[in-house]
Write a protein that binds this ligand. Sequence first.
Ligand code: GRF
Length: 204
Amino acid sequence: DRLVVLISGRGSNLQAIQDACARGQIPGRIVGVISNRPEAAGLEIARRAGLTTQVVDHRLFSSREDFEIALSEAIAKWSSDWIVLAGFMRAFTPGFVDRHRGRLVNIHPSLLPAFTGLHTHRRALQAGVCWHGATVHFVTAELDGGPIIAQAAVPVAPEDDEATLAGKVLAAEHRLYPQALAWLCRGQLVLDGESLRWREFPPM
Ligand code: GRF
């Protein structure tokens, strides 16, 4: 399968996905990387891996719709099977989400439906949860609300602060996202209406 990865920043998940493609864990390859920020460090990671990159700077567009038209054109050029959001920090309009429905996936740094939105690690610590983690999900019009594909939990230790907890969750993300993308590329699950349909459930 063909993957387009959308980033806004550091790009460590992009790196994990690229590594998983290279070692054959994901039966697919990254055909393009798009950043909405020209200064994203992840662009350098992509270039070093020999991947094709493009910047679609949201600040150059007067409306969200115009930005998304440019983004859709960039994506269409690579005729990808999957649009993989990896630290992409822009919310989409329902129109964009509908156009790419079932092919658009995201990773979020919490055990959804807990802690949608930003600052998830800080909020998890404030809430005093014992377990935190990450979620890969299909993107629907509801922010961080689409059907859940996979989750990884990490225990919260009494001595954890925001930084140590973020590190643990990120390490879990780097295992989780490649696994979920491997299932998707192998056609083991699809988005069917509002919910997931497994064709071949992975062994527990
Ligand atoms: C990750 O924590 C991801 O869950 C969130 O943004 C962060 C991206 O990190 N959506 P990176 O750019 O992949 O290093």
